[in-house]
Design a protein around this ligand. Structure first.
Ligand SMILES: *Cc1c(COP(=O)(O)O)cnc(C)c1O
Length: 355
């Protein structure tokens, strides 16, 4: 008997390995540092804003997300036509590949980078072209430009790069964009943009204004602390944003997600105080690790990378025994999110002892 068969590429989709929840240990607080979440609870007023949406759960959300588009347009001083909201920036990456790639078209990205990339690319039956990051965890933009072929439709630039940490500079991005043919879409994944503190940082908005082929993807999941609600947005030239909206899941962004995102945009000052506190903690962690002899790559997101090779599983186990859950990448290394100060202290202790 023949049964329905998904297309062959479905079997090739790599699984998404979600960050594990912490192991519960009696008498010890455990911390989840495995998914780059924001350790802070929602800002005052955000839960209240969501409550009105909860009471209206029998109704579909505003399909046009009109209030959220208006809030984003005002906050970032861009036309609403240049925006596309979605169920997290993972949703946007799926939509980008779906809208721009035919089966077999190539999508170039750094590796290791965000694990959702090969999933989204393979799900669309496009071909992933992975360009190894440099030994210090940076994108090899020269090699990425050289990897562009006649089949390339999209290049993904993850800055800061998850999981290794470094961000590209504006000069590096400009030099790269100058080499990319104008029909190739360059997606700048700025999931951690709010955490960047460096010389010559990328100004994503200014960059998209100067190029017809540049898309920024951003999220409310990390700095804004709304990972559980699934909302992200793209900033792109109007024809590209329109294509993204055309392939989007109708009613994808829920009423509560829209309300939480708007309320968070209204509280950006308070929010950025929290981001700043996380950046201060990040600096403390990186300095503590370097003082203990670790060679930590530049950390521009809310996480640090440990290049561990085949000691990765042992490191994850040692962290787990100390009540912190990290994200191991078997045989490569571990990514550890910046969390509560107590959690960060424990990380420094575990890492110092492990070395
Ligand atoms: C977390 C993350 C995202 C976004 O996730 P969503 O929750 O889907 O918005 C996108 N890109 C990178 C590199 C990330 O680390």
């Amino acid at each position: 008997m023949t049964t329905p068969q998904p297309r062959a590429t479905v079997a090739e989709i790599p699984p998404y390995v979600a960050g594990k929840p912490p192991t519960v240990r009696p008498g010890m607080t455990s911390y989840k540092l495995s998914s780059n979440e924001n350790p802070y609870p929602p800002l005052p007023g955000v839960v209240e804003a969501v409550q009105a949406g909860v009471a209206a759960m029998n109704r579909y959300p505003d399909m046009g997300s009109a209030a959220l588009y208006a809030a984003l347009a005002e906050t970032f001083d861009v036309p609403a036509d240049d925006l596309s909201v979605a169920t997290g920036s993972v949703g946007l990456i799926y939509q980008l590949v779906q809208a721009f790639c035919d089966p077999g078209d190539e999508v170039v990205f750094a590796w290791r980078s965000f694990e959702a990339y090969p999933i989204a690319v393979t799900a669309a039956a496009a071909t992933a072209v992975k360009v190894p990051v440099l030994p210090d965890g940076r994108h090899d933009l020269e090699a990425m430009a050289a990897a562009i072929t006649d089949r390339t439709k999209v290049v993904l630039v993850c800055t800061p790069n998850n999981p290794t940490g470094p961000a590209v500079t504006q000069a590096e991005l400009d030099a790269f964009l100058a080499q990319v043919p104008s029909h190739v879409l360059v997606v700048v994944d700025e999931a951690y943009v709010e955490f960047v503190r460096m010389a010559d940082p990328v100004d994503g908005i200014a960059t998209y204004r100067r190029h017809e082929n540049v898309v920024l993807t951003r999220t409310f999941s990390k700095a804004y602390g709304l990972a559980g609600f699934r909302v992200g947005y793209a900033v792109a030239p109007a024809p590209i944003a329109a294509a993204l909206r055309a392939v989007s899941l109708p009613f994808g962004v829920s009423t509560v997600a829209q309300a939480a995102a708007i309320a968070s945009l209204e509280r950006r000052d308070e929010l950025f105080e929290r981001v700043e506190a996380l950046v201060v903690e990040r600096t403390r962690v990186v300095e503590g690790l370097r003082a203990a002899g670790w060679d930590v790559p530049e950390a521009q997101g809310n996480f640090v990378w440990f290049d561990l090779g085949d000691r990765t599983a042992d490191f994850a186990a040692a962290a787990d025994a100390a009540g912190i859950t990290v994200r191991p990448f078997a045989g490569e290394g571990a990514r550890v999110s910046i969390g509560e100060p107590e959690a960060n202290d424990r990380l420094i202790q575990v890492a110092a002892a492990f070395r």
